[in-house]
Design a protein around this ligand. Structure first.
Ligand SMILES: [Zn+2]
Length: 338
């Protein structure tokens, strides 16, 4: 088969690789329907995360089951499946508590920008649709496997409620999906922080009521102006930098909550400041598996269309161009078709 490998920052190669095989009786092999490049793939691409040796890339996938191990009974060959970037047995205590992305047997997917993918713990990780969905729905379902699930988690973690005032920090794919989530959860006011016109437009179409283009403390000032001087009920931090986290924490009202889902890089939280702010803070890798049935249903019924975050579609063999376009911010998110 063919797949993407990273060799060094900026060096993505599309190569012939060994076909994945069933290694454990709980594995499945899927044929990729569509896959994509994630904003977090840019961390190694930009050298923020080191690449010590060449390795495959990609953690988002939807596809067709090709083969299952002897212990996999929940999905069968031919079915269309959606999974999470983190595998889960869906039976351990952490899974039962709804934190499947902290499963005791968790593995992070990392080989998905390829024709075929091995899915560990397939029985607990994959959710099959009743029938094969139309191709036009594949991008939305692919978004559910990571960015939409993560945006939903941000809103859930920040306790968005009907009538809430919500701030979304970050206008990448996760931030835009967080706007969808806040809207679906009944937020009355959704303030998207974005400097990019095309992303502001999409945020508004997804349900944002206000746009704040300013950043840092200037952005916080704007949020305060829009919220009667006190800040927002819920702030969804979807970037992961020191500045975006500060912006999020300072935008929440006393007693409000910050959901942080951008993988932190260089983020430090001042305990004393947090203590006196009365702001609640929860984040981490999204428990996507918990949300899959709900989010798949919303996509299949057309209630949400997170597939719109893909604004560039390329054949899988042009994956390197997909990284480049996102690195140069010419694309929000690149969809890849095998
Ligand atoms: Zn588990």
């Amino acid at each position: 088969m063919r797949g993407a490998m990273i060799y060094a920052p900026g060096d993505i190669r599309f190569e012939t690789l060994d076909d994945p095989k069933i290694l454990n009786p709980t594995d499945a092999i899927i044929r990729t329907a569509v896959t994509c490049v994630c904003g977090s793939d840019l961390w190694p691409y930009r050298g923020t995360e080191p690449t010590d040796e060449p390795h495959p890339m990609g953690h988002e996938y939807v596809g067709f089951v090709e083969e299952v191990g002897s212990e996999v009974t929940s999905v069968k060959p031919g079915e269309f499946v959606v999974g999470s970037f983190a595998t889960s047995d869906n039976t351990c205590p952490n899974c039962r508590n709804g934190f499947q992305s902290n499963c005791l047997h968790r593995e992070f997917m990392s080989t998905c920008q390829a024709d075929y993918v091995r899915i560990p713990h397939a029985h607990g990780t994959l959710v099959a649709t009743d029938e094969v969905p139309g191709e036009e729905l594949w991008p939305g379902l692919l978004a559910v496997s990571d960015v939409m699930g993560t945006g939903w988690w941000a809103a859930d973690a920040a306790e968005v409620r009907p009538g809430s005032t919500v701030v979304v920090v970050g206008d990448g794919a996760v931030g835009l999906c967080a706007v969808i989530a806040a809207k679906e959860m009944g937020a009355e006011r959704i303030i998207a922080m974005s400097r990019h016109e095309s992303r502001q437009k999409l945020a508004r179409e997804f349900g944002a009521t206000d746009i704040v283009a300013e950043r840092g403390e200037e952005g916080v000032e704007k949020i305060k102006e829009l919220t009667g001087g006190i800040g927002a009920d819920s702030v969804l931090e979807c970037v992961g930098t020191a500045q975006s986290m500060q912006q999020a924490l300072h935008s929440a009202r006393p007693g409000g909550n910050v959901g942080f889902v951008g993988v932190p890089h260089g983020v430090a939280v001042d305990g004393q400041e947090l203590f006196f702010s009365h702001v609640g803070l929860r984040g981490g890798p999204a428990p996507v598996r918990r949300y899959l049935p709900n989010l798949i249903e919303r996509v299949l019924t057309g209630a949400i269309d997170p597939g719109r975050v893909f604004d560039l579609t390329l054949p899988l063999d042009q994956v390197a161009d997909g990284y480049k376009a996102m690195d140069e911010r010419r694309a929000i998110k690149t969809l890849l078709k095998p």
